[in-house]
Design a protein around this ligand. Structure first.
Ligand code: SF4
Ligand code: SF4
Length: 452
């Protein structure tokens, strides 16, 4: 039987039998120091998820994705949709960080911080243990009545509905969510529809799909084969110490590591795509090793390189390369945030226009001026040409009045005396002032006939 299993484990997922039917994973609840640590981390993450949009820092939400007003509160700082440079760098930093983290620490994210695992293992699975008892060698400790099973699914649904509302709160804030709850259904029917669709989908995922998200659908899981190398740290079975099992090796073939695995795999077959690095098998094997009076760590965090050679190393060329890129991006992010201006401005010559002879001794150019207020306060913006110094201009509204996150879009006409024009194509620079303080400058060119 074992030989047959070894023969087939790479041919199909462990969750599918030889008839092609799904095999339900009946996973035993782990216990041990890694499970306790995971519980602490998951509790912190769940609290963060629930409280982050409620907490305020300096009167501003700690986390709020205000898509309607195109304003994002991230860790107490406000970023507007106009801050595209900062957002692009943040996205690049996130991608490189995920790649680097995966190269060095394997699928650590999946087992410890992925929302799916946190919800599945720390909430839904625990509800299941409550009604079904713990599993012992694939069997339930108690067989619940149909009524108990129905209650379990009602609980699943209520928990999912609760977290869907928390998710909506990340976009509306607590007050916005309260307004939705208090308003008649027809006023927010779109939000309610989205709420029930999301709840239904997630209920289906946690009640039925379960580990299939990690083993079949998750794109991050698919990337492991590309990102991991021999020096990546994963949950690994020390086959040099464990084999031949039950004979000379330390593995007693008790199957404990398999019975706690939420994806149903046998880690003794080597690093597998399905392993989410949850560490449940480490805890279980350590219990067995202690009973057998053998050293712990037959299954542990290790790279296949270190299991093979006995040396530990997380250094590889890819690690250095990704670290270098990550460092450069972090510096760029610091520069972009520290150089962030209160207003954004652009001055562009009106497309398709040339210069105009405004009078016998004056030339004018027409520009399109855009100004965006990236702060939360009202701004009264005064304009002054820095180059040519104090040039006369015409603008429909001056000073420009900008509300919080407001913008101005208007036509600016700049005039210059012919006697001052020295070149056909001269640079101009416009300064934007608030309370006498220069906030931003923007540049363009002034075109004129060839000076005589
Ligand atoms: S093999 Fe171990 S670490 Fe990997 S998913 Fe299974 S129990 Fe978790
Ligand atoms: S728990 Fe440890 S001893 Fe038991 S089968 Fe797994 S690796 Fe072997």
């Amino acid at each position: 039987m074992a030989t047959q299993k070894q023969k087939t484990f790479r041919e199909r997922p462990d969750t599918i039998d030889d008839q092609g039917n799904r095999k339900w994973i009946k996973v035993r609840q782990p216990k041990g120091k890694w499970y306790t640590r995971r519980t602490v981390v998951a509790s912190f993450l769940l609290l963060f998820f629930i409280l982050a949009p409620i907490i305020k820092i300096g009167g501003k939400p700690f986390m709020l994705l205000d898509v309607v007003n195109r304003k994002f509160h991230l860790f107490g700082a406000t970023v507007y949709s106009q801050d595209t440079d900062i957002m692009a760098i943040v996205m690049a930093v996130t991608v490189i960080f995920v790649v680097l983290f995966t190269v060095v620490f394997g699928r650590f994210w999946c087992g410890w911080a992925c929302p799916h695992t946190v919800f599945m293992e720390m909430i839904y699975r625990r509800i299941e243990y409550l009604f079904h008892g713990n599993y012992q060698r694939g069997r339930r400790a108690k067989v619940p009545s149909r009524f108990a099973v129905a209650i379990k699914y009602v609980l699943y649904f209520l928990v999912t509905l609760f977290f869907t509302n928390v998710f909506i709160m990340w976009f509306t804030g607590p007050k916005g969510l309260l307004i939705i709850w208090k308003s008649p259904f027809h006023e927010y029917w779109q939000v309610y529809t989205a709420m029930f669709v999301v709840t239904a989908v997630y209920f289906w995922i946690y009640a039925y799909i379960r580990e299939g998200v990690c083993t079949l659908f998750c794109p991050y899981g698919r990337m492991q084969g590309v990102l991991l190398d021999a020096k990546s740290i994963t949950v690994a079975y020390d086959y040099k110490r464990g084999e031949p099992r039950r004979i000379k090796g330390d593995c007693v073939d008790c199957g404990g590591c398999v019975s706690v695995c939420p994806t149903g795999i046998d880690i003794r077959n080597g690093t597998q795509l399905e392993c989410v690095n949850c560490t449940a098998c480490i805890d279980e094997c350590n219990i067995v090793m202690r009973k057998m009076k053998k050293p712990e760590g037959l299954i542990r965090f290790a790279s296949s390189y270190s299991v093979e050679t006995g040396k530990s190393s997380i250094k590889s060329l890819r690690t250095y390369a990704y670290s270098g890129v990550l460092f450069i991006l972090l510096v760029a992010l610091v520069v972009a945030i520290s150089g962030r201006t209160a207003v954004d401005a652009s001055l562009l010559r009106m497309p398709g226009t040339m210069y105009q002879e405004a009078s016998a001794d004056t030339i004018s150019n027409i520009y399109q001026l855009k100004v965006v207020n990236k702060t939360e306060g009202f701004k009264n913006i005064e304009l002054k040409f820095l180059r040519p110094n104090n040039s006369a201009f015409f603008l429909s509204e001056h000073p420009i009045k900008l509300n919080e996150n407001g913008s101005f879009d208007g036509v600016l006409i700049l005039k210059q005396a012919k006697s001052d024009i020295k070149t056909k194509n001269a640079p101009v620079e416009l300064g934007l002032y608030w309370d006498g303080k220069l906030l931003e400058t923007t540049a363009a060119t002034f075109i004129a006939p060839k000076p005589e």
